[in-house]
Design a protein around this ligand. Structure first.
Ligand code: NAD
Length: 453
């Protein structure tokens, strides 16, 4: 290691290193809070001034961060800025910016490259940059490194660069930033060692790999693994609906009794969030550069993306049985967050279903979601879907023609829902206990993947 590397190592070991976090969203804010709580001076940077104002006024906007942890971080000196002026004082800089796809599902790494350019403008001797945003292999070396190189410093000797993907699972009460093992791969050995040591300050288990590319691909494997397995059960759910008499949820529950070689995945109205829906397309796009079609991965992504259309069709079928025109049917959607017990609506399948129903002419859609009081989302093309939540009441359930459970939030009272709704479409098996305990309510529940009509 060079004297510069050794000096950074010493600063990390005695906790005098200043940690910068660029992008204070679902990934960045918990990370900055964790470092501050562990006694490091932590500086957050985000271009969204509302987030900076919120932090400065002591208001936590990430549901997963405990209020006490957030306050502790502020008390220990965590500060945030909407510009890069203080990046120079940081010894380590994490990049946690979004990696969305374009309307045509091509990777958009412009947030990474623009934040790298802002860092490069201030880059100094002794800094370590760790990219955490999920992206395609070779982003760190092929896109970030050339930008940082413009600062004129020698990589691996004067400054350091690594990729260490994020594994946070919002809403997961067991696994969080501090106790989830993490992977790290640096451009040089010194980069890997320093990034390893940095992560070790807040995470007990850090796994080193030989390069950023391996770490980038590893992260995509994790998310594509989920996408493929969810697609598999979604396909089986559609088949079970077609066959009738077989409940896919019971099938998965039974298969899950096998103690080896099987992991349960569950069907649903589609996948959402900022990761599993997007990441397969990052790899598929890159594979084409190598004359390679990721057919299997792309088919899984397509299968999952078809599910909101499938749920729309379930709703259309049910409404067709009623003495109401589709435009006037009162459709109540329960949950618009992309998964249970979170407030994240990015790429939510529930909102996709709403968009599809509106395209079919539905005019009387309402939704209940205690986590999402209001939303405004862009749909296909120039479509904008904007709605406010309605409180879930007995009279609302009774007056709705059809109730669709799109997100299985724990706070919903499924017994009340099943008791008062006329017809329930359950896309998450949220009514299992109700059906078991109150079999007389089962006939009005149409469970996705069970063939109930
Ligand atoms: N959310 C998750 O559960 C999760 C899990 C694992 C990995 N990831 C990955 O982590 C990355 C970040 O995801 P997220 O959910 O935290 O996104 P987010 O949208 O919640 O947060 C990103 C933040 O970056 C800020 N930002 C954008 N450009 C910036 C710039 N140039 N300079 C400074 N700030 C900038 C945005 O204002 C935003 O606050 C993505 O690549 C995502 O795929 C997310």
């Amino acid at each position: 290691m060079t004297s510069t590397a050794l000096s950074l190592k010493a600063k990390l070991e005695d906790k005098s290193a200043v940690i910068g976090v660029v992008g204070l969203g679902y990934v960045g804010l918990p990370l900055a809070v964790e470092f501050a709580r562990k006694g490091f001076a932590a500086i957050g940077i985000d271009l969204d001034t509302r987030k900076i104002d919120s932090i400065r006024s002591g208001t936590n906007y990430i549901q997963d961060i405990k209020e006490t942890d957030f306050k502790e971080a502020l008390e220990k000196g965590f500060t945030a800025d909407a510009n890069y002026d203080r990046i120079c004082s940081c010894d380590v800089i994490y990049i946690c910016v979004p990696t969305p796809f374009t309307a045509n599902k091509e990777p958009d790494i412009s947030f990474i490259t623009s934040s790298a350019a802002s860092i490069a403008a201030h880059l100094r001797n002794g800094q370590l940059i760790i990219l955490k945003s999920t992206t395609f292999p070779n982003t760190t070396e092929g896109h970030v490194m050339p930008i940082l190189e413009k600062a004129g410093l020698k990589l691996g000797e004067e400054y350091f660069l690594a990729f260490s993907p994020e594994r946070i699972d919002p809403g997961n009460v067991k696994w969080h930033t501090g106790n989830t093992p993490i992977v790290v791969g640096g451009v040089t050995d010194a980069c890997t060692e320093l990034a390893y040591l940095t992560n070790k300050q807040i995470i007990s288990q850090v796994h080193k790999v030989s390069s950023p590319k391996v770490a980038e691909m590893e992260k995509l494997l994790e998310n594509i693994f989920r996408s493929v397995n969810i697609a598999l059960v979604n396909e089986l759910a559609v088949l079970c609906d077609r066959m009738g008499g077989i409940n896919i949820w019971e099938v998965v529950e039974a298969a899950a009794t096998k103690p080896f070689g099987f992991m349960p995945f569950y069907p649903g109205p589609g996948i959402g969030g900022h990761c599993i829906l997007i990441d397969p397309y990052y790899l598929a796009w890159q594979a084409r550069e190598f004359d390679f079609q990721t057919n299997f991965i792309t088919l899984a992504a397509e299968t999952n993306e078809n599910m909101p259309f499938y749920v729309r069709d379930m709703i259309l079928r049910e409404v067709a049985k009623l003495p109401v025109a589709f435009s006037g049917a009162k459709i109540l959607m329960l949950g618009v967050a992309f998964k249970k017990n979170v407030d994240d609506i990015r790429h939510s399948p529930a909102i996709k279903v709403i968009e599809l129903l509106q395209k079919e002419g539905a005019k009387e859609i309402q939704y209940c979601d205690p986590y999402v009081p209001h939303f405004k989302e862009h749909g296909t093309g120039s479509t904008v879907i904007e709605m406010s939540a309605t409180p879930l009441t007995e009279s609302l359930l009774k007056s709705s023609d059809i109730v669709v459970i799109t997100t299985d939030h724990t706070v919903f009272d499924y017994e009340q829902i099943a008791a008062h709704a006329k017809v329930v479409i359950d896309t998450r098996n949220a009514t299992k206990a109700v059906r078991d305990l109150h079999p007389h309510l089962a006939p009005k529940i149409r469970l996705l993947g069970s063939g109930t009509r």
